[in-house]
Design a protein around this ligand. Structure first.
Ligand SMILES: Cc1ncc(COP(=O)(O)O)c(C=O)c1O
Length: 385
């Protein structure tokens, strides 16, 4: 079956200059007191996701007169931010997430960074934020990771998680697109996302709240979507569930995605289904990679509307073999159960999906490419250092 790549996939396939060409495009201001090797090792031993940060950060500023300027890799540290800064009031910000992996020979690589560069701009356009040149995006990643190479861990399942973001720093309380923005990239050494390893997760299917709605911002990576997901996540955690699956905001009947991951269903005939990109779903890089991987293996994957009622019936009848969620942080994680309530009828449900062999295979195939253990057939890897 022929397949038309998305705009993000086309952007991600563009050639990127090598790291040696980009190194130095962000001026390095070395940290006067970087962590000692002992301090760094202590933090790297714990590797709690997103809690500790490397010595430096990349930073650039946008103003109408100068565009993006002051591109530098500087010591990691707090900003002086005016209390009127627009982001604090109207949440004009966008972000990304990618990882730097250490390969067995000590070299450091990242995975489809141009996808993240393109998606950052896709998000920026929606929030009336000036676009950030993908070359600068790449140069910031190269600059930070080369400065903080020692912070890229080598333990199994670990990486330096990279968080690029742009926010409105203009001190102005009018509801308007700002006149000053900061681009920042920080790095956090991270172990495996789920502390209990490759264990199926129990998912709460949220009957009332949505993370986004038609015409909203569901297909872009902006803080507001995540803020909207927190209350249902707190409720779900209180009840013992690991994650929340959101339904579409228009009908409250069809699967959208988890708070931070896309979702796939594996049918017992060996075909796969995933919610189609409706504009309410984040076009995940991992989702795109899995689609490409499966299609290259001749497997049938349908991007379609997946009604919850149909999914539950298919799980009960055994037509669904497995279900999994995917995203940069967790890569691929098996969904072991779905629990919730049909909002229209109040009917409660709990279904279990016991198998995860195919999910584990996909996890293994994808991580083997990321770690340099399998051939990079799709040209997804980029050497940073
Ligand atoms: C809402 C949401 N969906 C899906 C994903 C998965 O996207 P990716 O695979 O690019 O990390 C993420 C994480 O970035 C996310 O926040």
């Amino acid at each position: 079956m022929s397949y038309t790549p998305t705009a993000l996939e086309r952007a991600a396939a563009q050639p990127v200059p090598e790291a040696s060409e980009l190194a130095g495009e962000f001026t390095r201001l070395p940290h006067p007191n970087p962590a000692t090797p002992e301090e760094r090792e202590a933090k790297m031993a714990k590797m709690l996701f997103g809690k500790d940060f490397s010595d430096h950060m990349a930073h650039a500023t946008w103003t109408p007169d100068e565009g993006w300027h002051n591109k530098q890799v500087e010591p990691y540290g707090p900003f002086a931010l005016d209390p009127a800064a627009a982001v604090l009031h109207y949440a004009q910000e966008v972000f990304e997430g990618l990882k730097a992996y250490r390969h067995d020979d000590g070299s450091v690589w990242t995975f489809r960074p141009s996808y993240n560069a393109a998606r950052l701009n896709h998000s920026a356009r929606r929030l009336a934020i000036p676009e950030f040149d993908p070359r600068d995006f790449m140069a910031s990643v190269v600059g930070l990771v080369q400065a903080d190479k020692e912070w890229v861990p080598s333990a199994s399942g670990s990486s330096l998680y990279l968080r690029p973001y742009i926010f409105a720093s203009d001190p102005f309380l009018g509801v308007a697109a700002a006149n000053r923005y900061e681009y920042v990239l920080i790095g956090s050494p991270s172990g495996a996302y789920f502390s209990h390893g490759f264990q199926p997760i129990n998912v709460w299917v949220e009957p009332h709240y949505h993370r986004s709605g038609p015409g909203g911002m569901g297909d872009v990576k902006t803080g507001g979507n995540y803020a909207a997901s927190l209350l249902p996540k707190v409720h779900a955690h209180d009840e013992g569930y690991d994650e929340v699956l959101f339904l579409d905001g228009a009908t409250n009947m069809n699967l959208d995605e988890l708070g931070g991951m896309n979702v796939f269903v594996v049918m017992d005939d060996g075909t796969f289904r995933t919610p189609k990109l409706t504009g309410n779903i984040l076009p995940g890089c991992t989702r795109s990679s899995i689609l490409q991987l499966l299609r290259s293996q001749g497997r049938t994957v349908t991007e379609t509307t997946i009604p919850l009622a149909e999914l539950l019936a298919d799980i009960k009848s055994g037509k669904v073999a497995e279900m999994f969620a995917c995203g940069t942080a967790a890569v691929v994680t098996s969904i072991g159960s779905l629990t919730g309530e049909i909002a229209a009828t109040g009917e409660k449900f709990h279904v279990e999906i016991p198998n995860s062999e195919i999910t584990k295979q996909i996890y293994d195939e994808l991580t083997a490419i990321q770690l340099g253990h399998a051939e990079d057939k799709f040209g997804w890897l980029y050497r940073l250092a």
